[in-house]
Design a protein around this ligand. Structure first.
Ligand SMILES: [Mg+2]
Length: 293
């Protein structure tokens, strides 16, 4: 398939949006509305690392965008625009490329986020990148604000994402992230891409605090063991630290309750992450998720 035809696909699909110009020029332009903060995140998806080589183009495109949107959810931002790049072997062929492009455009439409630009290349393996831009009404809270005495909450249920196949089509918690940021001002918020065991310590380190998590409180997916719920990645739920007063207010929020909203632990002065199960210390006998070099 000719590159020009692929470019045309994106030019034609670009919806008219205030403050945005789309593909077709050297640069896209973005003019955020007054009072909004532009937040941005870049992500990559590598064949054989994030998805098996047997995953089809449509699955790749959909997961790519959803993972990126999950980062916007953690910032409490509304998706505003997206750019992406595709590198793939020529052997994949035109039909593969078309399927990838159409799936990405379709998914962008589902989440109402215009594709403002991209780049194409041949490469020995498939490597996709995606940069999402979102608008936030307040400054995102990041990971560094957790304080001793705060409580730790998660949306949804954890564990078994890979085994069940849920990892292929995560559901970014966009509405929930915005609700949390705008109404309850969390002290820290992030999305769980690498699992509780790997992600919670990132908040603890950034905030220079410690925590105890209560295993019996961790909401597990059906068929997922507690070990997999704390150690496996790819859940794309939100991990949120709230001051006690805000936690009380948020505990009865209908939007949060609808997807599941559970208190799992407490932030403490003493550094490090401790696990308890039914009152006694517990050590998850699993390796945290992640890439190693
Ligand atoms: Mg993230």
């Amino acid at each position: 398939m000719r590159e020009e035809a692929l470019h045309a696909l994106f030019r034609n699909a670009f919806p008219k949006r205030r403050g945005l110009t789309g593909p077709g020029d050297d640069c896209a332009t973005l003019r955020p509305p007054k009072g909004s903060l532009l937040v941005q995140s870049v992500d990559q998806l590598v064949e054989g690392v994030h998805l098996l080589p047997t995953a089809g183009p449509s699955a790749m495109a959909r997961k790519l965008l959803r993972r990126s949107l999950s980062d916007l959810a953690a910032a409490g931002a509304k998706p505003w625009a997206v750019q992406w790049t595709v590198a793939a072997p020529t052997e994949k062929g035109g039909a593969w490329m078309r399927a990838l492009m159409h799936a990405f455009l379709k998914e962008a439409k589902v989440w109402d986020v215009p594709v403002i630009g991209g780049d194409l290349s041949t490469a020995p393996h498939v490597v996709l990148t995606c940069t999402v831009m979102g608008l936030a009404r307040k400054a995102p809270v990041g990971r560094g604000g957790a304080r001793s005495g705060d409580s730790i909450w998660v949306t949804g249920k954890l564990g078994g994402a890979v085994e069940s196949g849920r990892h292929r089509l995560p559901h970014p918690r966009l509405a929930e992230g915005r609700r949390l940021l705008e109404k309850y001002t969390p002290h820290a918020m992030m999305d769980l891409s690498d699992g509780l065991m790997a992600d919670l310590p990132r908040i603890l380190r950034a905030s220079e605090v410690g925590a105890t998590v209560y295993g019996e409180s961790v909401p597990c997916n059906t068929k997922a063991s507690l070990a997999s719920a704390v150690a496996e990645g790819e859940d794309y739920e939100l991990l949120v630290v709230l001051a006690p007063r805000q936690a009380r207010r948020a505990s009865s929020d209908a939007l949060l309750q609808k997807v599941g909203w559970t208190e799992i632990g407490v932030i403490e002065k003493r550094k490090g992450l401790r696990w308890k199960l039914d009152g006694t210390l517990w050590k998850p006998q699993v390796k945290p998720w992640g890439h190693t070099w």
